[in-house]
Design a binder for this molecule. Structure first.
Ligand code: 5AD
Ligand code: SF4
Length: 464
């Protein structure tokens, strides 16, 4: 028998920032229901794996991990092993068949009932009796997540979902099927939450949504909400992810340009540099539209960093289409590009394309490697130009190397610099001494200086 007062729950999260926020939500819900939140599965009574369904590779890895975690159930049969999130929603009861040791599956709209479900399984859990298993995978249009609080893991930066689900139907994407249609939160509620975050001493927030800038609720649009959030007293940096190019409006760009609190970074998914492929992906924008948004952003927000997502080898992508993606990447020069091979997701429109259009693995892999080489080379060139600059970092955590901290610049560049635990959560000035390609190494730079233009060259700051 356990001699602990409270049962312990452990949540392991995979996938995007929204999923990280959901993992924190589950910890909040279980914490509120009397569970202690464990930081490892070893002595947990409840083990939840919060999953992603975006690509097959991610799913396979997570399924393997769930199998591994069954180890703890074998040691302690009363442990409840649950799978939550997008993969649970996608696979539904087939997951219970495929992984007979799983007790519980919960989709993204059912977290409100999570603690009750876990309690129910624990109460019925008697090694002498047949196992009680539960599957909760309804998509609920009425679920507004009101009153559900995340138990935030970071004391430095906070994820704030303002929108869930997605009304687009990009033909490759599983998200609309596992997270349902777009639902936007009440703006006043979001602002109250941001005020509480600031009161807790957190100074950076990231607003989250699948197409975050299409946010609309009760007369509020995204530009207005972003502006109001960035003006909450105590919040020094406001970020958002991920916007859709079509909803990058002049009003939003103006808020990004005018509000000191909004960071000079945007993650703007491109997906392909070929109009033909974009059409087949049902992205609802052309290359020209995308370039116009990039130009608008760069004209208005001095030095803005732009990152992106790109998929290669979408069905029927020709060599010419792929070449157009390479050309566009050379033209835009992204600060960072997350590159993926197309992964067929059952139930999405693209999987119904003729089998002959699917790109052979070898070709897909070659394209991916060529794109990675191109985007990395460009990133290294961009970052090399930043070496020597003075930057303001928000310190997030200790670095991998002894005596080093890791932080981010306003432009979302990852930097390691000398420091200690006492720096975590603080803003420090550093001079970038070296780029490793994707990230930077920096030295401490004690001089006080305005943070807004921290990325200006040294001579303009009158620095060393
Ligand atoms: N295959 C490969 N990549 C995908 N993404 C979304 N769906 C797929 C898929 N089926 C990528 C997109 C998206 C990012 C989060 O994942 O680039 O922006
Ligand atoms: Fe996030 Fe999409 Fe993965 Fe779900 S499927 S965790 S929404 S990236």
């Amino acid at each position: 028998m356990e001699n602990r007062a409270k049962p312990r729950a452990y949540v392991e999260t995979y996938g995007c920032q929204m999923n990280i926020a959901d993992g924190e939500l589950m910890e909040g819900i279980l914490g509120g229901a009397g569970y202690d939140i464990a930081s490892s599965p070893e002595d947990a009574d409840v083990i939840l794996v919060n999953t992603c369904a975006i690509r097959e590779h991610a799913e396979r890895r997570v399924l393997g991990r769930v199998g591994q975690l069954n180890h703890f159930k074998r040691l302690r049969p009363r442990v409840v092993l649950g799978v939550t999130g997008c993969m649970a929603q996608r696979m539904k009861d087939t997951l219970l068949e495929k992984a007979p040791y799983v007790d519980l599956i919960v989709g993204p709209d059912e977290y409100r009932g999570l603690a009750a479900a876990v309690d129910e399984i624990r109460a019925a859990n008697d090694p002498g009796k047949p196992r009680h298993r539960l599957s909760m995978v309804e998509l609920r249009i009425g679920e507004d997540y009101q009153g559900l609080e995340q138990q935030r893991r970071s004391a430095v930066t906070a994820w704030v979902p303002i929108q869930r689900g997605c009304d687009h139907r990009c033909t490759y994407c599983i998200v609309p099927y596992v997270r349902g249609p777009e639902k936007n939160r009440d703006a006043a509620e979001v602002l109250e939450e941001v005020k509480r975050i600031a009161a807790d001493g957190i100074t950076e927030v990231t607003l989250l949504g699948q197409t975050v800038n299409s946010y609309s609720h009760g007369g509020w649009n995204f530009a207005r909400l972003l502006q109001s959030v960035s003006q909450v007293r105590g919040i020094q940096r406001t970020r958002f992810t991920s916007p859709h190019p079509n909803d990058v409006t002049p009003e939003l760009v103006e808020v990004m340009a005018e509000e000191d609190g909004v960071c000079e970074h945007i993650h703007l998914p491109l997906q392909s540099g070929s109009d033909r492929v974009l059409r087949r992906m049902l992205r609802r924008h052309t290359v020209e539209d995308y370039l116009a948004k990039v130009e608008m952003l760069r004209d208005a927000v001095q030095g803005i960093a732009i990152s992106t997502d790109i998929i290669v080898a979408f069905p029927d992508e020709t060599d010419e289409d792929f070449e157009e993606t390479l050309e566009l990447v050379r033209e835009v020069r992204f600060d960072e590009a997350y590159t993926y091979r197309y992964s067929p997701r059952a139930g999405t429109p693209a999987t119904r394309l003729p089998a002959s259009q699917f790109i052979p693995d070898r070709v897909a892999q070659e394209r991916l490697e060529a794109l990675i080489a191109e985007t990395r080379a460009i990133q290294a060139e961009i970052n090399e130009l930043d070496v020597g600059r003075v930057e303001e970092l928000l310190v997030e955590k200790m670095g991998r190397d002894e005596g080093m901290i890791m932080g981010r610049t306003r432009r979302n560049k990852v930097v390691v610099a000398p420091g200690d635990e006492s720096d975590i959560g603080r803003y420090i000035n550093v001079r970038l001494t070296r780029s490793t390609g994707a990230t930077f190494v920096a030295a401490r730079f004690p001089k006080a200086k305005p943070s807004r233009f921290s990325w200006l060259p040294m001579h303009e700051l009158g620095g060393v």
